[in-house]
Design a protein around this ligand. Structure first.
Ligand SMILES: Cc1ncc(COP(=O)(O)O)c(C=O)c1O
Length: 372
């Protein structure tokens, strides 16, 4: 959207250059390039589709759509508290985990307070912090990884919130248990840390931190999502875990019926669908191995990520490659808007999708070589 913001909008809103730019929708690409089929590898969605158990729960929940949802998410809260072995009062649910980031900002950050983010990282942190009137301090990544010592050094008496995506988007890299614990140790008490674990279920690394026990020891908010591993991005549901007083502050600024009844029913069923989660993990393992091999043969540098996407370093040809892939019906994410020019982010798909992507990439690299 290019429409100018109304001059009566708050100064912090007028100062935003633009809102979040999502991946291109499949239908729009079909129309624009007159394609009958399009593969979307641009938004880190689950290529297997939604959990079948979640789909069945949706059908069962549909007849009650005339009722407002349970604003406490009671059944989901109970089930998740049991699974995670946490106090039900330490859980908060959001319209996607995105909403939890916004609630944390709304509850804890006054205009003029500082918020620390990495650069680049998930764009929503800086965008929403600026919309709250916060001063955003962006700390560059070091070799595609969060530089936690530098982020700690950036803390001042005005710092209220630090965002850590683990694993990170768009690099897919993660901070280790040792790095995170060193960061949390001795952090001033006025600083809250939001650990965004939207891709948590995909990580198998032994040194990846299990952060729920930190909730009792440190002022942290752990957020997770049903959008990725559980394939429910379209329904918008995520959860946060924090000490009950932190949850109470976020609850105070939450819209009462923020998680709709279908999302609650589907999330609850998806939690039971361990077979779907296993299939998702297997698909990613196979896809990562295949793509790593094929991209290596094409001499394309790939950041070693652990989430459900890969960051490819293609240099100056990246925008043209993204455009040519789009014309062949493959949507990937060109990253110059994330201050990562020369990079493309590609979601790991099903094997037929991965093969189609590699074939299209081979074709477009060959055509560009001929044209050069
Ligand atoms: C790092 C990170 N955090 C949060 C989200 C938002 O996820 P949700 O769909 O739960 O709002 C995403 C989505 O891409 C993400 O990459």
């Amino acid at each position: 959207m290019t429409t100018l913001v109304d001059p009566r909008a708050r100064a912090a809103v007028r100062a935003l250059k633009r809102g979040y730019q999502p991946g291109k929708p499949i239908e729009a690409v079909k129309r624009q390039y007159k394609l009958s089929s399009v593969i979307k590898l641009a938004s880190n969605e689950n290529a297997l589709g939604p959990s079948p158990k979640a789909l069945a729960a949706l059908r069962a929940a549909a007849p009650s759509l005339h009722r407002y949802p349970d604003m406490a998410c009671t059944a989901l809260r109970r089930r998740l508290a049991k699974t995670l072995k946490v106090d039900p009062a330490s859980l908060i649910f959001g319209n996607g985990s995105d909403e939890l980031l916004v609630l944390a900002l709304r509850a804890f950050v006054d205009p003029g307070d500082e918020v620390i983010v990495a650069e680049p990282t998930f764009l929503i942190y800086a965008l929403q912090a600026k919309a709250c009137g916060a001063a955003v301090r962006a700390v560059p990544l070091a070799r595609d990884r969060y530089d936690l010592p530098a982020m700690k050094a950036a803390v001042t008496p005005r710092t209220k919130l630090v965002f850590i995506a683990n694993p990170d988007n768009p690099t897919g890299t993660y901070v280790t248990k040792r790095e995170l614990e060193a960061f949390l140790q001795g952090l001033p008490a006025h600083v809250l840390v939001l650990l965004d674990e939207a891709y948590y279920e995909f990580v198998a690394a032994a040194d990846y931190p299990q952060t729920l026990p930190y909730v009792d020891r440190h002022p942290v908010i752990v957020t997770r999502s049903f959008s990725k591993a559980y394939g429910l991005a379209g329904l918008r549901v995520g959860y946060g875990v924090a000490r009950p007083p932190i949850v109470a502050a976020m609850d105070a600024v939450r819209e009462p019926f923020n998680v709709n009844s279908l999302a609650q029913a589907a999330a609850l069923a998806a939690l039971e669908d361990t077979a779907f989660l296993q299939r998702t993990r297997r698909m990613l393992q196979e896809g990562r191995r295949y793509l790593g091999r094929e991209l290596g043969q094409l001499k394309i540098q790939v950041v070693p990520g652990v989430a459900n996407f890969l960051l490819l370093k293609l240099g100056p040809r990246a925008p043209q490659v993204a455009q040519r892939l789009l014309e062949q019906g493959i949507i990937v994410r060109e990253m110059s808007g994330w201050k990562l020019p020369g990079c493309l982010r590609v979601t790991i798909g099903t094997m037929p999708e991965n093969r189609a992507f590699i074939r299209a990439l081979q074709r477009c690299l060959a055509a560009m070589e001929v044209a050069a």
